[in-house]
Design a protein around this ligand. Sequence first.
Ligand SMILES: [Zn+2]
Length: 246
Amino acid sequence: MKVANGIEMLELTMNMMGQQSVIHPTLIWDENEAVLVDTGIPGQLAEFREAMDNAGVPLNKLSKVILTHQDIDHIGSLPEILKASDQKIEVLAHQGDKPYIEGDKPPMKMTAERVAKMLESLPEEQRQKIQSLFGTPITAKVDKTIVDGEVLPYCGGITVIFTPGHTPGHISLYHHQSKTLITGDALVAVNGKLLGPSPQATPDMETALQSIKKFTKYDIETVICYHGGVYKENANQRLAELVELR
Ligand SMILES: [Zn+2]
């Protein structure tokens, strides 16, 4: 889905733990850079290829990947994407999640025990498929760590907004030209409604709710939630409401 010139919200179907849902990585580009924000679950390289071709930005043009955080549904296809590209892709993430992404620490949520438990509950054929996808930890090297307030000089400027809570190094992004806020999992959209972070998936809810206050500093036309997609209706007002509601 085209959000504005040079920014496209991708729509990929994810099948995880027997549950199907749609996830929304974002592609931002201009003549110098093509930036992908988040990389789906393991095994989605072909879907990324197709979605990027459709957007007119083939995978080989990709120059940067920005990870909002360490969770498996955000870093899953990164190793495959890096391998598939002819050119070097720079990977950016916050220091707080870097050790998890690089495999120096085990992932906070998809622990080995949780994977084992999930596998137990599945029928044999599914079990094999899931095991091949999630059985080995996904890791990738982070080339550059990014900090709160940093304006990345890509595609007319992308501001890093540090929004911990969902994970310790969670970030959101603001693309200036299109006035788009990319929330990662700091917010979700459900049936067209913009909501706070998902309580089941957010270990430090108190911090996560503090974090969303930062969004009210920006003039936002479009919000992209990784889970739930685009929200456009009076975004600034709705964000102010969410902060007040807590
Ligand atoms: Zn997620």
